[in-house]
Design a protein around this ligand. Structure first.
Ligand code: NAD
Ligand code: ZN
Ligand code: ZN
Length: 344
């Protein structure tokens, strides 16, 4: 079968590999769609040794079962499913609570992260990772598993701050950010301020229900403060889906006293944390910072329910498998709006 693999650090290639077979507890999935996540670019850019090579990338997968391994109950050939990408140890304190995204044994283990992913005609996954998608289009189902799940989880971690009438600043309206906006619209009554460097991303944000949009530039902080109020007031919640130094500097200067800053993006910025001895302090008093990772299986089921109910729909740009490397280059250049989805 054809697969798009990281054959060496930084090298993404379309190659021929043997079709894998499902082992005990696993299914063979005919891949229907795979989302191209910005994290795949971080994986490609990572120092040698951090991720296995060769490895098929793709951790945002939906497909149709094509074969069932020994000991699998409840799933049959022809069933359509979305794949929860994390594979925790299943035995640690976190996994036992269903928080596989906090596994204390396997920190970043998963499909397309530590074993072959879905950028191929077929992928083998543990049956325990499958969720029913009903009649959702597979190109819609795939982005739910990360671009939908990760913002959903981050918003869950800020739910106690998202009262009606409060403000939420969302930085980075790409794959994750444009899903975050819809989740906020569907599940809160907050005022949403969308921030991006790209005008096209901000147009998408307005269409999806953002109340204010701010084009990032030298005066981003002032522009956002004019909407959410100057310190010690500010945004009750800031979701940073970029995580670069400029966005983190913006985030910490617009979050309210007692607010919450969720650092989701992995662009390599750092956040200084010091008590009030400094003037001005790097973070307002009583602010909490969370560094969310992906989400839980239970949350993915809720994300799928939102989509099946018509309240969450990825803005999708599709590419055939052979064009996956070009799709990632377009993502790197900032030319993808919403989510690029590879359809093998
Ligand atoms: P994306 O490329 O689709 O979207 C990024 C958006 O940010 C784009 O719209 C871009 O224009 C905008 N942007 C870039 N620089 C900006 C700046 N300085 N100011 C404002 N906007 C800016 O990426 P994505 O797939 O949505 O992923 C976003 C980030 O989240 C990536 O770093 C990715 O690795 C990370 N991620 C983290 C998790 C997690 O569990 N923590 C999960 C998935 C993705
Ligand atoms: Zn991802
Ligand atoms: Zn565990």
């Amino acid at each position: 079968m054809r697969a798009v693999r990281m054959t060496a650090p930084g090298v993404l290639e379309l190659v021929d590999v043997p079709t894998p077979a499902a082992g005990p507890g696993e299914v063979l999935l005919r891949v229907g769609a795979v989302g191209a996540c910005h994290s795949d670019l971080h994986i490609l850019d990572a120092p040698p040794g951090l991720f296995p090579t060769p490895m098929t990338l793709g951790h945002e997968i939906a497909g149709t079962i094509d074969g069932v391994g020994p000991g699998v109950d409840g799933w049959s050939t022809g069933d359509r499913a979305a794949v929860y990408g994390i594979i925790g140890c299943g035995r640690c304190r976190a996994c036992l609570r269903g928080l596989e995204n906090q596994c204390r044994v396997v920190p970043v283990g998963g499909i397309g992260l530590s074993r072959d992913g879905g950028l191929a005609e077929h992928v083998v996954v543990p049956a325990s990772r499958l969720l029913h998608v009903g009649d959702l289009d597979l190109a819609q189902a795939a982005p739910l598993t990360d671009a939908g799940l990760t913002p959903y989880h981050a918003i869950e971690l800020a739910r106690d701050k998202l009262h009606p009438g409060t403000t939420c600043v969302v930085i980075g309206i790409g794959g994750l950010g444009h899903m975050a906006l819809q989740i906020l619209v569907a599940s809160t009554a907050v005022r949403i301020v969308a921030v991006d460097t790209s005008v096209a991303a901000l147009d998408l944000a307005t269409r999806l229900g953002a109340h204010d949009v701010v084009q990032a530039g030298p005066d981003t902080v002032d522009k956002i403060r004019s909407i959410v109020g100057p310190p010690p007031d500010g945004a009750d919640v800031v979701l940073d889906f970029v995580g670069a130094q400029p966005t983190l500097d913006t985030a910490r200067q617009v979050v309210a006293t007692g607010g919450r800053l969720l650092l989701v993006g992995l662009a390599g910025g750092t956040l200084p944390v010091r008590p009030v001895a400094d003037e001005p302090p790097p973070l307002p008093l009583e602010t909490s910072v969370v560094v969310p990772f992906w989400g839980t299986r239970a949350e993915l089921q809720e994300v799928i329910a939102l989509a099946r109910g018509g309240q969450l729909q990825a803005d999708v740009q599709t590419f055939p498998l052979a064009e996956a490397p070009e799709a990632y280059e377009a993502l790197r250049r900032g030319e993808i709006h919403g989510r690029a989805v590879i359809v093998p």
